[in-house]
Design a protein around this ligand. Structure first.
Ligand code: ARG
Length: 457
């Protein structure tokens, strides 16, 4: 114990175990060390610490960055105290220079922003890669028919390309929202002290130059005590996972044996320990569940922060782990889903079967009848509903329609609906072209954050 000894004496094992963040700090230890290193360099530049002492301290920090595990044998309130204890063991009294103008409040905020920004950048890059996979698969699936469902009932005929582009547009929207949170998160709180700045004349922008590209959080109360970045990032990341869980839901539904439009690759399936026939869509089940656990982490952070007076409180310590874990899980989830989409097969036979069984073209036909005869759609809709009710099967239904209205639709042509956003090949082509350009521009925007990739962690 380093900090409390003089004032309060040693901590009781019970309360130390309860309040120490050492276990959770493993997730951010390397970033804490990188932040500390930038800080000591600033003290050295300011000549607030003798150069030799600063160099010795920096050398020890360098060793720790290579092996942060060394810190976790130390009994301490947190990794910040453990670093000071370690330095004191190695260097004696001169290690005490690192305490000048430094609060754990600005240091943990800096490490957490750094970790969050790095993971967020990784997530954004993997979304861009995912989008490229979607677009390339879509360009090969312009004519691959699949039924779309509404209310979990067969609804309209579409194509795999159209389905994949739905996902692409959704990911494009998430990208533009998430990159805004990267802008507000990738800023340095370092040098702000506990709540209102410090007397040491630290150059905050200079300190931010290495790790945060020179970007800083301006106000010190906000910098040291705010966790809006965690809230904002997780609000979006949990929404993203909720959206992706619907895709997992689609894959599970469409690969049910009695539907069977999709065949998931074997690597995404598992077997049953007792039922020899079972193939279970396990990766998609976990994707579906991860949306719940990531959402839970968002709720944890929001509940911890809610009503907390402004300025740092130890409550915030409990909000460190959820943001890191949620981002790691989101990155893994994207990877798994991307792999599934790259390798999923469409069973054309199952699709043809359902085109024969269900009148998936009924709404298209009703529209054409109304348009061609110039009659109110409601009338055409009612007439068709009657035919649907009376026809023995879909084949007979279509032949009655042909007789009564001289309309006969071929499934492949039906999907060429004229409105923007339909599965028509022109729409698909123009979406792909625009999306490719959009991804390129987005990747250029991401490259402005490449300072986050110079991590030694
Ligand atoms: N372990 C703390 C955290 O992760 C560091 C900040 C502690 N600050 C303090 N004044 N006790 O949030």
């Amino acid at each position: 114990m380093l900090y409390r000894k003089e004032l309060l004496g040693d901590a009781s094992p019970l309360s130390l175990k309860y309040t120490s963040s050492m276990e959770d700090d493993k997730l951010i230890a390397c970033e804490v060390l990188e932040v500390m290193e930038a800080y000591v360099e600033e003290l050295k530049d300011l000549r607030a610490v003798p150069e030799d002492s600063a160099n010795r301290i920096l050398r020890e920090l360098e060793n720790l960055i290579a092996e942060p595990g060394k810190l976790f044998h130390i009994e301490a309130e947190d990794v910040h105290e453990a670093i000071e204890i370690y330095l004191k063991e190695k260097l004696g009294g001169e290690a005490g220079y690192v305490g000048l103008g430094r609060s754990r409040n600005d240091h943990v905020a800096a490490a957490l922003r750094l970790k969050t920004s790095r993971l967020l950048l990784k997530l954004l890059r993997s979304i861009a890669g995912f989008r490229r996979v979607l677009l390339s698969r879509a360009s090969m699936s312009v004519n691959v028919l699949i039924p779309l469902y509404t209310h979990s009932q067969p609804a309209q005929l579409s194509t795999l390309a159209h389905y994949l582009l739905y996902l692409d547009e959704m990911l494009s929207d998430y990208s533009s929202l998430l990159v805004k949170t990267l802008d507000t998160t990738a800023r340095s709180p370092l040098g702000c002290g506990p709540a209102a700045g410090v007397m040491t004349p630290l150059d905050r922008a200079r300190m931010a130059s290495k790790l945060f590209g020179g970007r800083i959080v301006s106000n010190c109360l906000y910098a040291s005590g705010g966790r809006e970045f965690s809230l904002n990032v997780l609000a979006l990341v949990s929404s993203l996972l909720v959206s992706l869980s619907r895709v997992a839901g689609d894959f599970i539904l469409f690969s049910l044996p009695h539907i069977g439009y999709f065949k998931l690759p074997a690597s995404h399936l598992a077997t049953s320990s007792i039922m020899p026939h079972k193939v279970n869509p396990v990766t998609m089940e976990i994707v579906r569940a991860k949306a719940g656990s990531v959402l839970g982490r968002f709720i944890s952070i929001a509940s911890i922060v809610k009503g907390l007076p402004s300025g740092y409180s130890l409550d915030l310590q409990e909000a460190n782990k959820p943001v890191v874990e949620a981002l790691i899980e989101a990155i893994e989830t994207l990877e798994v889903l991307r792999d599934a989409i790259e390798n999923i097969e469409v069973n054309a036979g199952a699709v043809e079967r359902d085109i024969r069984i269900y009148p998936l073209l009924a709404s298209d036909i009703a529209e054409l009848i109304a348009l061609e005869a110039g009659k109110p759609f409601r009338e055409a809709h009612a007439e068709l509903a009657k035919l649907v009710k009376e026809a023995e099967n879909t084949e007979k239904l279509y032949s009655e329609i042909r007789e009564a209205y001289n309309i006969s639709l071929d499934p492949k042509n039906t999907v060429k609906r004229p409105v923007t956003g339909s599965p028509s090949p022109e729409n698909v082509k123009s979406h792909i072209e625009k999306a490719l350009k959009n991804i390129e521009e987005f990747e250029v925007e991401l490259s402005t954050y490449s300072f986050l990739e110079k991590s030694r962690c």
